[in-house]
Write a protein that binds this ligand. Structure first.
Ligand SMILES: Cc1cc2nc3c(=O)[nH]c(=O)nc-3n(C[C@H](O)[C@H](O)[C@H](O)COP(=O)(O)OP(=O)(O)OC[C@H]3O[C@@H](n4cnc5c(N)ncnc54)[C@H](O)[C@@H]3O)c2cc1C
Length: 363
């Protein structure tokens, strides 16, 4: 174990995890003259597209700017579900976080740079940007391809509340906590806010969940809200519905929130150790050169696609959270497998659901 690995419980697992999904000192390959397919983003949607296309015999390049595996493996489904499981098992904060790191490192093998290279995919680490409709730049290299898939996902949306951007954590930083917060404010009662509120409450943190609508899971089926709300209350989560946060500031080593009823009324304040922003997702469309490629998009709804996942440029496709209304791993993977299908052999359409499960588990 090296000195970095001794710093916190599970640090040795983090060393393994990083070496698999974003290896230090990795040298990008020399690009092929022309790829059949370049995939941008190595989250679930990009990974499935790349490996399925390579399996069909295509010459494929995959470009990732952070970690192979995307949100799901690194800062989403895997760490959040492991946190919830550890909290439910009652093993305490430190052991739960160490277990989460160990599980993430173990699963990383499947999404690793090496696995994709072994499958015949040219993996490039760095940020991709379209130069025009047939060329993408990554670092100093230019990749030319016949077809492209954009699978750049989404990230936490931080609304313009004064102080929130400086003082709040998101799903990208919450799993890096080394010390258990005694008091946590979670902004947003969607699936991410609810599950993290529940996990921390079960770990013994005092949790305040603040939601502007009158129910948690405000965009899900109405029947789900009372069930989830009751479970949260049983776990000791303090719910502040119909409530908006108006400002966040530093207060000693912690944070102070100002909040008020949405329909007006007195402002109150709340002191906590940590604030988590989980109020929605923002599509990763900026800095990609979509204008240069002629790909139509909207900052809120993402890249426009038809039922075959084609963008406004017929040879450029999109899959996953960057273009989907339903931002879930299984949805992204299923559509991505159709995407490879549509590129190379079929006329698969996302509005034809038959076969989805088969596609999902193939890669
Ligand atoms: C806390 C949390 C818990 C979740 N739990 C679940 C769950 O239990 N079940 C479920 O189904 N879903 C869950 N999700 C949602 C799931 O993580 C996403 O739906 C899924 O990761 C989307 O996959 P994707 O491939 O579209 O995008 P992402 O996973 O976001 O991957 C996109 C990748 O593209 C890369 N990228 C972006 N721009 C560029 C660029 N210019 N160049 C190169 N690379 C780029 C990013 O670095 C990223 O790695 C959860 C999400 C969060 C945040």
């Amino acid at each position: 174990m090296n000195s970095q690995a001794a710093e916190y419980p599970g640090a040795d697992a983090d060393v393994v995890w990083r070496s698999l999904v974003f290896p230090a000192g990795y040298q990008n390959p020399t690009p092929a003259d022309r790829y059949n397919l370049v995939v941008i983003g190595a989250g679930p949607a990009g990974l499935i597209t790349a490996i399925a296309a390579a399996g069909l015999g295509a010459k494929v390049a995959l470009i990732e700017k952070h970690h192979m595996g995307g949100d799901c493996l690194n800062v989403g489904c895997v760490p959040s579900k492991t946190l919830l499981a550890g909290a439910t098992d009652g093993i305490g904060f430190e052991r739960t976080m160490a277990r989460m790191r160990a599980v993430r490192a173990a699963i990383s093998q499947h999404d690793s740079v090496q696995r994709y290279r072994d499958a015949g995919v040219d993996v490039f680490l760095g940020a991709a940007k379209f130069l025009d409709a047939s060329r993408v730049q990554v670092g100093a290299q230019t990749l030319t391809a016949k077809k492209f898939v954009i699978a750049t996902g989404a990230r936490a949306f931080v609304p313009p509340v004064p102080g929130l951007a400086e003082h709040a954590l998101s799903n990208e930083s919450i799993f890096e906590l080394r010390k258990q917060p005694q008091r946590l404010a979670v902004l947003g009662g969607g699936p991410i806010g609810c599950e993290l509120a529940q996990a921390f409450a079960r770990l013994g943190t005092e949790v305040h969940l603040i939601e502007m609508q009158s129910r948690v899971l405000p965009i899900e089926d109405e029947a789900a809200s009372p069930a989830v709300q009751s479970a949260l209350l049983v776990d000791g989560v303090q719910l502040h519905l119909d409530t908006k946060v108006t400002a966040v500031e530093a207060a000693g080593v912690g944070k102070r929130l100002q909040y008020a009823p949405v329909d007006g009324g007195a402002t109150a304040s709340l002191d906590v150790d940590v604030v988590l922003a989980a109020v929605g997702r923002q599509r990763n469309v900026d800095g990609l050169g979509l204008e240069a490629a002629g790909v139509r998009f909207d900052r809120r709804s993402g890249i426009e696609v038809d039922s075959r996942l084609r963008t406004s440029m017929r040879h450029i496709f999109a899959a996953g959270d960057v273009c989907s209304r339903y931002q879930f791993t299984h949805g992204g993977c299923t559509r991505a497998s159709w995407c490879a299908n549509a590129l190379f052999m079929g006329r698969a359409r996302v509005d034809q659901l038959a076969g989805a499960v088969v596609h999902l588990y193939q890669a």
